[in-house]
Design a protein around this ligand. Structure first.
Ligand SMILES: [Zn+2]
Length: 247
């Protein structure tokens, strides 16, 4: 690929960055990429520095790097521009190892937290593996905490939506897992939720986002509400009044 080709390819780099967890503002120019720092999760605009590191028979290689102005940590990724026309630019986040997410709330049961943690760790290396772990997490939450009947994941999502137990925005987002994941084209995703199968662009990240919302709904919110009720009951007890009635 020649220099003009590389310029052209860099225009497409944003979409690759989204897939690697480094978000990119499509409105911005190439010199002003909106990066979502994989260390501290802050978003900022940056003029990415680029260094040519040569070529081999398959690719022209560059290193893209910048320092996050919020946490002052380096972010480095490789960009590989294929010599074969029509092939996509490949980017690999080289440092840090994975994209940070919000810390896992302590209220999340450990077997769900472990799968979620692993889904975050492998996201950049294998979106397929990450999405499979996320689907498995989702299925455990639906079966064990949303009380849906065990069946395939698509029907379980139907059942939780029909039960109207989720806030509208979470319900819409969980429904989108089927659409983004294109379950119609990949039915194995629903019938064997942990299977490693092709993923759509953005699917793995989306699944992690939805899991975070479900953690808040099923684990964090109820635990915080219980803590508030306990505090109020303690005050009522001090005043020798009966405790709140349990719902
Ligand atoms: Zn940062």
């Amino acid at each position: 690929m020649d220099r003009a080709g590389i310029s052209e390819a860099r225009c497409k780099l944003g979409e690759e960055l989204v897939a690697k967890g480094l978000t990119y503002n499509r409105e911005s120019t190439r010199r002003e990429i909106l990066v979502h720092c994989p260390h501290c999760l802050t978003s900022y605009k940056v003029d990415v520095s680029t260094a040519d590191i040569g070529w081999d028979k398959d690719y022209t290689w560059q290193v893209h790097h910048q320092v996050c102005p919020a946490c002052n940590r380096k972010i480095v990724f490789f960009a590989m521009y294929p010599k074969t026309p029509g092939m996509q630019v490949v980017t690999r986040l080289a440092y840090p190892k994975g994209v940070s997410r919000k810390p896992i709330p302590p209220e999340v049961p450990s077997k769900i937290a472990e799968d979620y943690h692993e889904a975050c760790l492998v996201l950049t290396d294998s979106p397929k593996a990450s999405a499979a772990l996320s689907r498995r997490c989702l299925q455990i939450i639906l079966r064990e905490h949303a009380n849906v009947k065990p069946q395939d994941l698509r029907k379980e999502i139907d059942e939780v939506l029909a039960s109207k137990q989720l806030p509208t925005y979470v319900a819409e987002n969980i429904d989108a897992i089927r659409q983004v994941g294109n379950f119609a084209a990949h039915p194995i995703k629903a019938t064997n939720s942990g299977a490693i199968v092709e993923v759509e662009p953005g699917e793995a990240e989306w699944s992690l986002d939805v899991l975070e919302e479900l953690f808040d709904h099923y684990f964090v919110g109820p635990a915080q509400a219980q803590k508030k009720r306990d505090a109020l009951n303690a005050k009522l007890a001090e005043s020798r009044k009966p405790p709140l009635k349990t719902p």
